[in-house]
Write a protein that binds this ligand. Structure first.
Ligand code: 13P
Ligand code: SF4
Length: 357
């Protein structure tokens, strides 16, 4: 039964004491979040992985790219464990190293490699945290950086100081929404089509580009629509609409504000008057906010339940399983990033950690 599972998790954690730290993303289900020592957005969790005290193991309740990042940032010898190895991210899977390298080679052909008079290189690669360690390594190796949804603007400023344009992957929406907020016209953000090599892309648009967008997207956030926002405004006059910047441009434009999961949480927590909030992000987080702040009316913009199916794969049964194994001295589901990849990825991640939200 579920109660029994919770008892097993608590017992294993008690046996392990300070030897283990459990990290959980805001999108995890409540049955998992209740066992986390620290809950946060992806920036805060990367920071936490780097700063946890000397635990032997970090059990990461989130998705694969987050656990990889934790392994890159954790102290040597610290093991990072992902309770269910099938917890991936479909957006992260939309950019692979081969396609990015091919794109890079074609961009070098188009723009050359020489800096301009201000010393800015032709292109700076920026990868969203939601990407494989290999792509973070690519960015570290090519003068680039990682961003999360909470510091994307600071990171793009960093990149524009060093480069004439940015290649942003994998999430087209975060790239477009952030650059637009910074005043870059949408017309100067062509989408790179990896299935069409240089000749097939619009070369004039590429020459004029400030941000080249990859074609990736989040299947959870792309479901939110302007129609849902209109309906929420019609049914709840005075509603505050807050969405995640992985939502499409029109949705972000129609909302009152957009921000990372932590931004959304803080916005709700800061409201002093009883307020109605319509939130455009993952349902487990929205339901938790509704329970935590009963003085407000909080609902998800999408009336059809929309969990992130891969975050949801971290079932408490898996958490019990990996913790009990650790308590017996056995490591299951360890995530490791090869040293050469990790070294380059760490460069890009440390640049990112310096770019505070
Ligand atoms: P945050 O960086 O806002 O936590 O978002 C992570 C994520 O996967 C959103 O889909
Ligand atoms: Fe990936 Fe979207 Fe799930 Fe975030 S919500 S982990 S971007 S699939």
């Amino acid at each position: 039964s579920t109660d029994e599972l919770h008892d097993r998790i608590r017992a294993a954690k008690a046996t392990l004491g300070d030897r283990v730290v459990v990290l959980g993303h805001f999108y995890q289900r409540d049955e998992v979040v209740q066992h986390a020592d620290f809950v946060g957005d992806s920036f805060q969790l990367a920071n936490a992985a780097q700063t946890v005290p000397d635990a032997e193991a970090i059990v990461f309740c989130g998705v694969h790219f987050m656990a990889e990042t934790a392994d890159i940032l954790a102290k040597p010898g610290q093991q990072v464990i992902l309770p269910n190895l099938a917890a991936g991210c479909s957006m992260a899977d939309m950019a692979d190293l081969d396609s990015v390298e091919q794109c890079w080679a074609e961009l070098e052909e188009l723009y050359g490699t020489e800096p301009d008079a201000d010393g800015r290189v032709p292109v700076i690669p920026v990868t969203y945290m939601n990407s494989s360690a290999a792509l973070k390594g690519f960015c570290g190796e090519h003068g680039g950086i990682v961003c999360t949804s909470s510091n994307a603007e600071t990171v793009l400023e960093w990149a524009f100081e060093r480069g004439q344009r940015v290649l942003f992957f994998p999430d087209q929406h975060l790239g477009r929404n952030t650059a637009k907020r910074m005043g870059v016209p949408t017309s100067r953000m062509p989408m790179w089509n990896p299935r069409k090599p240089l000749g097939g892309n619009d070369v004039d648009a590429l020459l004029d580009a400030r941000v080249l967008l990859w074609h990736g997207f989040c299947s959870v956030h792309k479901r939110f629509s302007v129609g849902q926002i209109e309906q929420a405004r019609a049914e709840h006059p005075g509603v505050r609409v807050i969405v995640h910047p992985e939502c499409p441009e029109a949705v972000v434009d129609a909302a009152d504000e957009a921000g990372s999961t932590d931004h959304i949480r803080k916005a709700v927590a800061a409201a002093t008057e009883p307020t109605t909030f319509a939130i455009g992000t993952e349902i487990n987080m929205v339901n938790r906010l509704a329970a935590e702040f009963p003085q407000h009316t909080i609902f998800c913009l999408d009336p059809v339940i929309c969990p992130c199916s891969t975050m949801y794969r971290i079932h408490p049964g898996y958490l019990a399983w990996v913790l009990e194994a650790l308590a017996r001295g056995e490591t299951l589901n360890r995530i490791t990033v090869a040293d050469d990849v990790a070294a380059n990825a760490r460069v890009a991640l440390e640049r990112m950690l310096a770019a505070k939200p």
